[in-house]
Write a protein that binds this ligand. Structure first.
Ligand SMILES: Cc1cc2nc3c(=O)[nH]c(=O)nc-3n(C[C@H](O)[C@H](O)[C@H](O)COP(=O)(O)OP(=O)(O)OC[C@H]3O[C@@H](n4cnc5c(N)ncnc54)[C@H](O)[C@@H]3O)c2cc1C
Length: 196
């Protein structure tokens, strides 16, 4: 008998931060069987630490804001070496993603007339960051997790992906180990490098 388990999914998403969770939700909405793998517990990702907020040109606080200004700010902030098409998509779609989070249950801070409040942040020309106090990432991941779980996404926590399995150029799977079973080994040279 094989001493390993096999899980079968139509789509396997590696990583359960904001990006992975949102990708898994989208795949699941298309009606396929989705597996979501994270090396730690669900919710323990960098996304949960985001404090400033989500940049999106909603123009709720300054009506001069729009996706083109957001795009220009992003390209300038990246010293113009960013992938411009990704920056364009991000600037155009961010407002819809924020409204979507709200529809799925995220409770953002509000302006006096009840719209999503936005604040200034480095590199952004106008107040642009939709936020929830200083815990925006927590609200974002809580919302995505709740939504994803109720869509029937199959979550594999504390599984670390070790390698991508390929058939020619096509990725067809991934090998994993229970995170607790990974024993890092350091040579003296590598340990010294930590201090350089
Ligand atoms: C302190 C802090 C504050 C920040 N503030 C802001 C902010 O205010 N606004 C903003 O826009 N951005 C902010 N950022 C940046 C933002 O949080 C990240 O860019 C964003 O969360 C990245 O999301 P992600 O889904 O790509 O990755 P992550 O949230 O890092 O998720 C990565 C996922 O991959 C999994 N994973 C990794 N390797 C493996 C493996 N081998 N096998 C299985 N699973 C694996 C992890 O377990 C995790 O689930 C901040 C970041 C930090 C650290």
């Amino acid at each position: 008998m094989a001493d390993y388990e096999t899980h079968e999914h139509d789509v396997l998403v590696i990583g359960a931060g904001g990006a992975g969770l949102r990708a898994a939700i989208e795949a699941s909405a298309a009606g396929v069987r989705v597996g979501l793998v994270c090396k730690s517990l669900l919710g323990k990702a960098h996304t949960v630490m985001a404090e400033g907020g989500i940049a999106a040109a909603l123009a709720n606080v300054d009506e001069r804001d729009n996706w083109k200004v957001h795009f220009a700010d992003t390209m300038r902030g990246g010293q113009y070496v960013n992938q411009w098409r990704m920056a364009e998509l991000h600037a155009k779609e961010a407002p819809d993603r924020v409204r979507e989070l709200e529809k799925w249950g995220a409770v953002f801070d509000r302006t006096e007339d009840g719209r999503i409040l936005q604040r200034n942040f480095g590199g952004h020309k106008y107040p642009r960051l939709a936020h929830v106090g200083d815990r925006t990432g927590l609200e974002m991941i809580r919302t995505l997790q709740d939504h994803g779980i109720h869509q029937g996404i199959d979550v594999h926590m504390e599984h670390t992906i070790l390698s991508i399995l390929k058939d020619g150029d096509r990725a067809v799977g991934a090998s994993w180990s229970l995170s607790n079973f990974i024993r890092p080994e350091w040579s003296g040279r590598q340990v010294c490098r930590e201090f350089w």
